[in-house]
Design a protein around this ligand. Structure first.
Ligand SMILES: *[C@@H]1O[C@H](CO)[C@@H](O)[C@H](O)[C@H]1NC(C)=O
Ligand SMILES: *[C@@H]1O[C@H](CO)[C@@H](O)[C@H](O)[C@H]1NC(C)=O
Ligand SMILES: *[C@@H]1O[C@H](CO)[C@@H](O)[C@H](O)[C@H]1NC(C)=O
Ligand SMILES: *[C@@H]1O[C@H](CO)[C@@H](O)[C@H](O)[C@H]1NC(C)=O
Ligand SMILES: *[C@@H]1O[C@H](CO)[C@@H](O)[C@H](O)[C@H]1NC(C)=O
Ligand SMILES: *[C@@H]1O[C@H](CO)[C@@H](O)[C@H](O)[C@H]1NC(C)=O
Ligand SMILES: *[C@@H]1O[C@H](CO)[C@@H](O)[C@H](O)[C@H]1NC(C)=O
Length: 391
């Protein structure tokens, strides 16, 4: 029995777009107030035409905001992994939502690796890596032969392949959709500021930081994202998590942006996909870059962390400028392309292979390449007993 398909079928029967209150073509996800504000009071659409309270959302952001026709919605998750996962779980499993055809646009600001891109840029990730899901020893107590205090679970030192996975270490999203989003975002004229230009110039001395010091300013970039509840900063942690990204993705991931939510958001979306309530091939991870993850030459890590963050303004402005092109692409291209979906050509899902297929990273599917429900390892959703059919 294919429980995912059965779930999708039943949710179509019982929860089609006409019966659910919230069934948008695009759901924009913000993490905090100023990220959300870039979507309000804009010329393209008005998200304040419908405010819908959904049980289980963040106490600070209890409502989903939608256009009057319900085509575009936006939700603020709250910051950090626990807020992100809890808010998404509440959204996905609410009787008020049908996200089976919805494109999910994660749209947040992030730190950036100066070896890969500069501040103010717009990035689209294929991999999201939960880099701090490891053992940790305080740097002052690390063994002499350790290059960092972080080392994978069930391993004996940094750089080794983990012996144990929790399953959320890496998520991979639809690369074909990512390329379309990248193309759409490139049509935006990105914002930049004088202060951001001055900060970039500080990275000029060091050739490895050439992307940080890009004189042509911010750009749209394909590179991956790293999640941790810790807001980390500094050269050594940056290098530690560059290495972790490589190990967790079997050398294919590019450690680029740093944030506190995406693997949690993806983890909860994956649970929704396993229940037939979310299409995991319709997720876009867009992060714009507000600050470097490590100091430039001549600056200490504390000066960097406590100092001004001039990339913040262009990063937030560019969330809207680039994001609106992606929203527009999906809405205008709905019947031609997006309604039926963009078939992924790469593996999509988690470390365990929960949605079926064989991950191109990690130790391999624990379900023999089949979706989790097929194996009997994960209980199928208790569909008929669920309260979401009482709407
Ligand atoms: C939705 O909430 C915003 C404030 O958060 C308010 O300005 C707007 O009028 C509300 N819309 C409706 C339809 O009540
Ligand atoms: C987090 O999600 C990203 C993006 O999908 C994925 O590349 C990464 O491997 C994930 N990391 C963890 C630790 O789950
Ligand atoms: C560090 O040294 C210890 C003791 O000599 C050894 O057991 C361990 O394997 C070494 N670890 C690494 C990561 O080199
Ligand atoms: C970038 O956005 C800021 C804040 O809205 C604005 O002050 C500035 O003029 C913009 N810069 C450009 C080049 O558009
Ligand atoms: C600078 O940005 C441009 C795009 O705006 C890009 O083509 C180029 O590769 C970047 N240079 C570096 C060193 O990253
Ligand atoms: C990252 O990995 C490289 C290559 O294995 C190693 O030389 C370096 O010390 C590592 N960096 C950290 C901070 O662990
Ligand atoms: C990833 O690397 C690990 C450790 O080298 C290996 O056991 C695993 O098979 C690799 N996974 C893939 C999909 O190549």
């Amino acid at each position: 029995m294919n429980w995912v398909l059965l779930g999708s079928l039943l949710s179509c029967l019982f929860l089609d777009a006409s019966s659910a209150l919230i069934a948008p073509k695009v759901m924009i996800l913000s993490m905090f107030t100023s990220e959300a504000n870039v979507w309000y009071g804009i010329p393209e659409f008005n998200l304040m035409e419908q405010n819908i309270t959904v049980l289980g959302l963040s106490p600070r952001f209890p409502q989903v905001h939608c256009t009057g026709d319900g085509v575009v919605c936006q939700l603020t998750l709250g910051e950090g992994e626990i807020n992100a996962a809890s808010s998404i779980a509440a959204l996905v499993f609410s009787p008020l939502t049908d996200l089976t055809s919805t494109y999910i646009l994660i749209a947040g600001i992030a730190g950036v690796n100066p070896k890969v891109a500069t501040i103010g840029s717009v990035t689209f990730a294929r991999y999201a890596v939960q880099v701090a899901l490891q053992m940790e020893i305080d740097a002052r107590e690390i063994p002499e032969n350790f290059s960092t205090g972080y080392f994978p679970q069930d391993s004996s030192g940094p750089g080794q392949f983990p012996g144990t996975f929790y399953g959320t270490e890496v998520f991979e999203v639809n690369d074909a959709l990512r390329q379309l989003a990248f193309n759409a975002a490139q049509t935006a004229q990105l914002n930049d500021t004088e202060a951001a230009i001055q900060l970039r110039a500080q990275y000029a001395e060091s050739p490895i930081f050439a992307p940080a010091n890009n004189v042509s300013g911010p750009s749209v970039t394909l590179c991956d994202t790293a999640t941790s509840d810790n807001f980390w900063d500094g050269t050594l942690l940056g290098e530690t998590f560059e290495n972790t990204t490589k190990v967790f993705t079997n050398q294919t991931g590019v450690y680029c942006t740093t944030q506190q939510e995406d693997n949690a958001t993806l983890g909860a979306l994956l649970r929704g996909a396993m229940s037939g309530l979310v299409d995991f091939s319709r997720i876009i991870v867009m992060r714009t870059t507000s600050d470097f993850d490590r100091p430039g030459p001549g600056e200490t890590v504390l000066q960097q962390v406590l100092g001004p963050s001039p990339g913040h303004i262009p990063a937030e402005v560019n969330l809207h400028l680039a994001g609106v092109e992606v929203v527009d692409m999906i809405v205008k291209g709905w019947s031609a392309t997006f309604e039926n979906g963009v078939p992924p050509t790469n593996y999509i899902g988690d470390v365990f292979g929960s949605l079926g297929g064989n991950p191109d990273f990690g130790p391999g599917s624990i379900f023999g390449g089949k979706p989790a429900g097929d194996e009997g390892t994960v209980s199928p959703p208790n569909i008929l007993a669920s309260s979401y059919f009482t709407v």
